[in-house]
Design a protein around this ligand. Sequence first.
Ligand code: AAO
Length: 512
Amino acid sequence: MRLLLLLAALGLSWAQYNPNTKPGRTTIVHLFEWRWADIASECERYLGPNGFGGVQISPPSENIVITNPNRPWWERYQPISYKICSASGNEQAFRDMVTRCNNVGVHIYVDAVINHMCGAGGGSGTHSSCGSYFNTGSRDFPAVPYSSWDFNDGKCKTSNGEIHDYSDANQVRDCRLVSLLDLALEKDYVRGKIADFLNNLISIGVAGFRLDAAKHMWPGDIKAILNRLQNLNTKWFPAGTKPFIFQEVIDLGGEAISSSEYFGNGRVTEFKYGAKLGNVIRKWNGEKMRYLKNWGEGWGFMPSDRALVFVDNHDNQRGHGAGGASILTFFDARLYKMGVGFMLAHPYGFTRVMSSFRWPRNFVNGKDANDWIGPPRNPDGSIKPVSINADTTCAGDWVCEHRWRQIKNMVIFRNAVDGQPFTNWWDNGNSQVAFGRGNKGFIIFNNDDWNLDVTLKTGLPAGTYCDVISGQKENGRCTGKQISVGSDSSARFQISNTAEDPFVAIHVGHKL
Ligand code: AAO
């Protein structure tokens, strides 16, 4: 009882800031545009066994079907109704996924699009993923139902109803984001429809929500909706557990709206994280890895316990949202692995790993003309299944960064060092850096243009450790580099600047 009270006082166990992952699981993966059936299999065959805590899924709600361009990925950010019915699967497939993932300790986080419905120019008809009728001219979405009363048309003060100026908070929240019909979230009726949608997902067994376009909603309106949500399904979660909430707010500074306005509702996406880390790893603007010594709040980021962090997301990997050339993606695989490795080793924030599909980039005047291209599809428009190669990578155009050995092993590293302090920082005054996590793990990077050869105090118990970047421990031996830690916890590291992966990570879980 005393423990329960303590947990409640600390707001740990039941609060919307807690990711609700199983103990010892510290990271979620965004399986962008995957089918529910494939996610269910992935939970069982890969994510559960490798210690992933959960999956952020693409929006499950019924969306508009766009054929010009042909089936862009972003059609799923244009809801037509709250039926669970999309290219990823129907409600039955969704329920099966949630059940099977939860049963292996991997939770599901829903990308909830509740700020708006489809674009104003969507037309009328049944060109939607489940065939529901709608008419954007009359603002009619009978499958919810919403009608013209339920949108912000009267409230927005700009000439054409669009957001023009991000320095005006009223515009950002009351006008249309890229013409998307903006719901009147101050209305009790609209709040009720959204709460019903989210509660249905909660009763099926999801663990939380990414709130899409949260910046475009008033924090108080979000709060009013969250107040109507039920606790998580007790089949998989302790009684009284609230859904995990993370809000998509892009705050790089210099605009009217700041992330902190949303802390009362839950966590917030920290977009500075990937933008700055990209600059450092690319060594742009004179950045060096040694500056990462005070990474986190020391860089002007939000408090760690409010932050959801990531190296790239589905928007900025292709120049949408707070896209910027500095963002690291799978296209720059060598640097990307270092960035993700750094993120997963560092204690700041709750971490999300990206898992993408490949598309042919086509830069025209600095912008990718192919930024709309959707996931691998069959000729009839259905999403292609994800199939797995013998070497555990994914086939076809599914990139599956989460299955890259270096990234998968760093997810396991983060679980192994959970709760340990940031210790034993070392740098060479440039871009060779190292740090430990108490007496559980240690990581070292060589991002300089010369070799590294140094003996450092790691904080780890004496013994022989397998580097989990060049290999791992398998059948009692190391498949990659081996590192000997002496009785004084020191170890010698040698990393060539031309190594395939110029970093080394060791932890107590992969000790011989
Ligand atoms: C599509 C078409 C549109 C069409 C519309 C309706 O592309 O031409 O009008 O359909 O028919 C996604 C796609 C959109 C797509 C939409 C609907 O990205 O292209 O529109 O689905 O299908 C803003 C929002 C942020 C949003 C981001 C994309 O604040 O919430 O734009 N992200 C989410 C999702 C995203 C989705 C939606 C929301 C909509 O993750 O996938 O859109 O559901 C500034 C502001 C940011 C703002 C950006 C972009 O950022 O701060 O808040 O993001 O501008 O407008 C530097 C600055 C940075 C600045 C940035 C601008 O980095 O530091 O602050 O430059 O480039």
